[in-house]
Design a protein around this ligand. Structure first.
Ligand SMILES: [Zn+2]
Length: 393
């Protein structure tokens, strides 16, 4: 860590493919591609790390094929850090087409209906084949609301799966020999205590427990006991009210080590980012900026803007006058609306470029606010701007 403001921290996360300034946002590259933008554009907008989905890459083109092509970084032409999820969330989301038992998650592929069993060991192996910088453990994801008993049982199962993931991870690392020159994932200003991962890969544990605080705390303590390079808070942003999510995060982060990055999975809105950073979170991912862009919704300094709205038909101004992205420098709202209405694929590209710029600029503003101890002010600003639904649309 290099600075704090209340519980918020700025730091640097060191990975085999370079350094990530935290708090950081990871654009989601589901199938090894962030939809509608090229890797060179991701670099231009300031993305330092992206997320890729294990479920999709395992099914197509296959993790073994990617390994033969030199690993995910080389295959997708991205030489900065990559975090992979475990595949569990996607498999879990298949609903009727999956069953869960102690072994793992049995599911039918959404592509061809073929049957697969995703075990903790398998999820670890796949991510080792992909060669991501950060691998996630396989956890059980619970919907909202969940009863106390459901949350407790699910959390216990996640713990058993996490232990199996860790065991496999360490075995793979020993098999692969020492990768002594590759640093693990850590905050720079702190001493490194954990062993180095597979080829420098780090493995993050995941805290579960629904919105039941005591179960969350027990999960955090037991997960930390297992000894991962860093820790994530999972199972939130699944339909619970935002304030309940903030409360759950705020009650969980004090039980995670100070000197390790904390990752809040699958969250969130611009307000969520600022709120969660203030509670001690360092890493985020969410499909919102990219998915909403493809649906014509832009995040701007004055709130959300629906570019398809007829009121922009003759608007010569940029999407966001305070944004310096290529989309805002070069094109009018009228043209962006035209592209969207006409179904041009460049609408998705330009809107995505802008939304990612907004998200990554938000992270930069957050880091600056922590440095100047003004995060509370930033939080108020974001709350005000985004409190109205689709302001300015
Ligand atoms: Zn812009």
């Amino acid at each position: 860590m290099t600075g704090t403001d209340g519980r918020a921290r700025i730091g640097e996360m060191i990975t085999p493919h370079g350094l990530v300034q935290t708090p950081a946002f990871m654009p989601v590259g589901t199938q090894g591609a962030v939809k509608a933008v090229l890797p060179r554009d991701l670099i231009e907008v300031g993305a330092e790390i992206i997320l890729a989905n294990t479920y999709h890459l395992y099914l197509r083109p296959g993790d073994e094929r990617i390994a033969r092509h030199g690993g995910l970084h080389r295959f997708i032409g991205w030489d900065r850090p990559i975090l992979t999820d475990s595949g569990g969330y996607q498999a879990f989301s298949l609903g009727e087409r999956r069953t869960i038992d102690e072994r793992g998650i049995t599911f039918q592929s959404h592509l061809d209906g073929s049957a697969h069993l995703l075990t903790p060991e398998k999820a670890t192996d796949i991510q080792a084949n992909l060669g991501s910088d950060i691998a996630m453990v396989l956890d059980e994801c619970l919907g909202y609301p969940a009863t106390r008993d459901e949350a407790a049982a699910s959390m216990e199962r996640t713990l058993r799966w996490e232990a199996r993931c860790r065991q496999r991870f360490l075995a793979l690392r020993d098999e692969g020999g020492q990768a002594a020159s590759r640093p693990g994932c850590d905050h720079r200003a702190s001493p490194r205590r954990s062993p180095e991962g597979v080829g420098g890969q780090a493995q993050f544990g995941i805290v579960q427990g629904g919105t039941h605080i005591d179960i969350r705390v027990a999960s955090a303590q037991a997960t930390v006991e297992l000894g991962f390079e860093a820790y994530a808070v999972g199972g939130l942003s699944v339909g619970e009210p935002p304030d309940l999510m903030y409360e759950t995060v705020g009650e969980t982060t004090p039980f995670l080590p100070e000197d390790r990055p904390r990752y809040l999975m699958g969250t969130g809105t611009p307000v969520d980012l600022v709120e969660a950073v203030a509670l001690g979170v360092d890493l985020f991912d969410c499909v919102m900026p990219t998915r909403n862009a493809r649906n014509g919704q832009l995040f701007t300094s004055v709130g959300r803007l629906n570019i398809k709205n007829a009121r922009y038909s003759d608007d010569r101004g940029p999407a966001d006058p305070r944004c310096g992205c290529y989309t805002c420098r070069q094109f009018s709202r009228a043209y962006l609306r035209h592209l969207f209405v006409a179904g041009e694929i460049s609408a998705a590209a330009l809107n995505t470029l802008h939304n990612l710029t907004f998200y990554l600029d938000t992270m930069k503003r957050i880091r600056e606010a922590i440095m100047f101890s003004s995060l509370d002010q930033l939080k108020e600003d974001y709350r005000r701007v985004f409190s109205r639904r689709s302001a300015n649309s």
